[in-house]
Design a protein. Structure first.
Length: 309
């Protein structure tokens, strides 16, 4: 980044910090550039860059988005994904081609116990950085293993699953432990010494979705663009999640597997629960970055310098 760009970004960030908000997204929205020359990415409505794998369905490069400061997020530096424990040998080869220097795993120990550790290229080991799911994984396992429709309805029906998800999103903001995990990841991305970084949880949509949303917003990507990236998980996960529901019904473990849909999907009101919480607790997004996550302006400028061209 040139000195002039650095000064521009510093001024923009300082201004955003002063008013605790960003300019209206519509004022800066711009189309995302086309596919890279490598042809490695599958384009989704010109906003997301999926990396097709057999053992994971929600793997994406977070680069390519335009920012309201006139830049574009660099590709090949940060990736988001669902769990990598089911990767095939061919998938591992594909992931190896990304040149990752670090993989951050937001899953809690129970998820690792049930689903298994990531399958990664030789020499690469995931860093466990658990972010609380408020016991959702255990609740889900208990509901399904009960095999009792009445119990499952009592646990997940009547809007309870949706309320559970909103509570989880609020803890992304309110929990000091969760904030520390997100902040550590942002600092590593800003530093960049480890090389390209991938972060993930189990489905790659909630904890990972929030991390991606925060990163993009911190890079001055318009809010509506960052939201589209968040909601795109529904597109990438739809077929797989439908297969899971069908399998549960066929096996007899769930009479009404549609109870799982609020847990399988990302929704605008889930994201809204987190952003409303950060507005209440920190006055706005940059208050969450600086006071909530403890990132100073120098770190935010480093993030811009490394990630935006």
């Amino acid at each position: 980044m040139s000195r002039a760009r650095t000064r521009l970004v510093t001024a923009a960030l300082a201004s955003a910090l002063a008013v605790a908000t960003l300019p209206a997204a519509s004022a800066y929205a711009a189309p995302v550039a086309g596919a890279t020359a490598s042809g490695r990415y599958h384009q989704q409505a010109e906003t997301t860059r999926q990396i097709p794998l057999q053992g994971a369905v929600n793997v994406r490069d977070l680069g390519g988005y335009r920012t309201w400061t006139g830049g574009q997020v660099r590709q090949g530096l940060v990736y988001r994904s669902d769990a990598l424990n089911k990767l095939t040998p061919a998938d591992v080869t594909t992931v190896s081609g990304l040149g990752l220097g670090k993989v951050v795993d937001f899953r809690i120990p129970m998820e690792l116990q049930y689903d298994g550790a990531d399958r990664l290229p030789a020499g690469l080991t995931a860093t466990s950085r658990p972010v609380s799911d408020l016991g959702l994984y255990g609740t889900l396992v208990g509901a399904i293993s009960s095999g009792d429709p009445a119990t499952q309805e009592q646990m997940l029906g009547g809007g309870r699953a949706e309320a559970y998800m909103r509570d989880i999103y609020r803890t992304f903001v309110t929990s000091p432990e969760n904030r520390a995990q997100f902040a550590a990841t942002l600092r590593e991305i800003a530093d960049g010494s480890q090389g390209p970084l991938l972060f993930h949880c189990t489905s790659g949509k909630d904890r990972t979705g929030w991390m991606a949303y925060v990163l993009l917003r911190a890079l001055a990507v318009p809010e509506d663009t960052a939201t589209r990236d968040y909601l795109a998980s529904n597109t990438f996960r739809a077929a797989y999640d439908a297969q899971v529901r069908a399998g549960l019904k066929q096996s007899g473990r769930m009479q009404n597997p549609d109870l799982l849909i609020p847990l399988q999907e990302v929704r605008q009101d889930y994201l809204d629960a987190a952003t409303a919480q950060l507005a209440a607790d920190y006055g706005g997004f940059y208050g969450y970055l600086t006071d909530g996550l403890g990132l100073d302006t120098r770190t935010l400028v480093k993030l811009q310098s490394r990630m935006v061209r």
